[in-house]
Design a protein around this ligand. Structure first.
Ligand SMILES: Cc1cc2nc3c(=O)[nH]c(=O)nc-3n(C[C@H](O)[C@H](O)[C@H](O)COP(=O)(O)OP(=O)(O)OC[C@H]3O[C@@H](n4cnc5c(N)ncnc54)[C@H](O)[C@@H]3O)c2cc1C
Length: 466
């Protein structure tokens, strides 16, 4: 046993500290990749224990990786240099609910959907809804600035975080809030992927459950015409709560698994949701249906009841899982283009996948121009793995060339750190490195994430732990 693990055990006890390889194995991976085992993991019960563990890691020169549910799709929670993983599995409570002021205080390990379930009877909900919301945590969502289907209207996680409690690299606990005068440190911490501070409490904004919600499904001949309809809807000044597209491959996989009522023979499906008063929703649907038909919709229908709405959403949010019916592995890319370029980029993605002889499915937040091509492959075949890597990079470059960017919501993490220099200049990266250096000069918090290896300032210099 190392001095590091003995000190952790002595300070926090065996109930909080894990050091056995079989216990540590569950902290070595996320939904993107698997890496080495950490030297230790802690499962603290409160901020005091988090702070103690961080102080010991600092004294022993060990890096620290905060971890939510490990559903991240860019390797953000993997302990690439070993060290300490802090799991928030036990810090998972709703601490305070203030319905009048539409806010709640939660621990970072609270599962996203459990928050909305816990407060539903009060007529309020928490809006950011990543498709992983059944399992991903509020802390992880803050770490990645998670998006979701309803972020088109409501905004991403950053628009719903009012304040944070976090632990710095010295093990000191701080509280920041949007109400603070001066720099918006809350905004800086949201989306920082565990590289600036370890979040121990989150104050979230709550929204009022709307009077009426209507979920509609339109069938199109192809994904390009569905994309044109989306661009026209937003261009007409309408912002529905969600505008999602699934192509034929995904629709068939989803329908075979969920039997939600999607048109299986369509070339593409548009899922649109409107919310507001009953009158707003009825008027909005009429407008949307007209625009969709003007852009080639073959059919349009509204869900009849809540059960049908729920089924349509469950199927859409479960799309990634349904891919298991088609192939053993998939790689989900996350990139953005301006909405008006959607038809063009869909054409390009299809061509790239064909060039690399890979099947591709598309299920995406069309209203935000946020693409998720799923490249389908079998990881046992080396050729296919190489083809996926090459095609993924080409897709990113294509999106950038169209005025887009390399991530809409999944973050940068380990996966895309080298791609960051495709969208930022060395000076931009140096400025970001300087921000990091203010919070974490030793780069002990989540090293190897976000920044390309050669970036200047905060990322240059000897690693905290080789
Ligand atoms: C099937 C599927 C569907 C998905 N759909 C979406 C989607 O629609 N939208 C979307 O945005 N993402 C989606 N994701 C990706 C993923 O669920 C999100 O990135 C989510 O926010 C990660 O939450 P987590 O609790 O699993 O965090 P983790 O994966 O454990 O961690 C994510 C990052 O946050 C950091 N972190 C975790 N906790 C803390 C903390 N307390 N303090 C500081 N940093 C912390 C970690 O170090 C890491 O960098 C999906 C993933 C899957 C597998």
């Amino acid at each position: 046993m190392s001095a590091f693990t003995s000190r952790l055990l002595e300070a926090l006890g065996p109930d909080v500290v894990r050091t056995e390889p079989e216990d540590l194995a569950v902290f070595a991976f996320d939904a993107y990749s698997e890496d080495r085992l950490p030297a230790a993991a802690v499962i603290p019960r409160n901020a005091r224990e988090v702070a103690r563990a961080i102080a010991i890691a600092r004294e022993c020169g060990e890096p620290v990786v905060p971890r939510g549910a490990g559903t991240g799709l860019c390797g953000g929670a993997v302990p690439s240099r070993g060290g300490l993983v802090i799991s928030f599995a036990r810090m998972n409570r709703l601490l305070e609910l203030d319905v009048r002021n539409r806010r709640a205080r939660v621990q970072p390990g609270l599962i996203n959907l459990e928050l909305s379930h816990a407060i539903a009877s009060q007529g309020v909900f928490y809006a950011p809804d990543p498709s992983s919301q059944k399992i991903s945590t509020i802390g992880g969502n803050v770490g990645t600035n998670a998006g979701g289907a309803h972020c088109l209207r409501y905004g991403t996680t950053t628009n719903h975080v009012l304040g944070l409690e976090y632990v710095d690299t010295h093990g000191a606990v701080h509280r920041v809030s949007l109400d603070d005068p001066g720099y918006d440190l809350t905004g800086v911490l949201v989306g920082s992927e565990g590289t600036l501070g370890v979040i121990t409490e989150v104050d979230v904004r709550l929204m009022t459950v709307p009077e009426a919600v209507r979920v509609c499904v339109a069938a199109f001949a192809d994904v390009e015409s569905a994309s044109e309809a989306v661009s026209a809807i937003i261009g007409a000044g309408i912002v529905p709560t969600a505008l999602e597209i699934m192509d034929a491959l995904i629709t068939r996989a989803v329908e075979a698994h969920y039997h939600a009522g999607y048109p299986e023979n369509a070339g593409a499906v548009l899922l649109a949701e409107l919310a507001g008063t009953h009158d707003d929703v009825a008027a909005g649907e009429a407008l949307l249906a007209r625009i969709a038909k003007d852009h080639g919709a073959l059919s349009w229908r509204a869900a009849r009841d809540q059960a049908e709405c729920d089924a349509l959403w469950a199927a859409r949010k479960g799309a990634a899982g349904a891919i298991g019916r088609i192939a053993p592995n998939y790689y989900i890319q996350d990139a953005c283009v301006p909405r008006t370029r959607l038809p063009e980029v869909m054409h390009e993605i299809d061509a790239i996948a064909r060039d690399h002889q890979l099947p591709v499915g598309n299920v995406f937040h069309a209203g935000d121009g946020n693409l998720h091509p799923l490249l389908i492959f079998d990881r046992r075949e080396r050729r296919q793995v190489d083809a996926v890597v090459a095609a993924g990079t080409e897709i990113l470059r294509t999106c950038i060339a169209m005025g887009g960017t390399i991530s809409g919501e999944h973050g940068i993490g380990y996966e895309k750190k080298e791609s960051l220099s495709l969208v930022f200049s060395p000076d931009d990266l140096a400025a970001m490195g300087n921000v990091r250096a203010v919070f974490d000069p030793a780069r002990a918090f989540n090293p190897d994430k976000i920044f390309p290896a050669g970036a200047r300032c905060g990322e240059v210099g000897p690693p905290v732990h080789a």
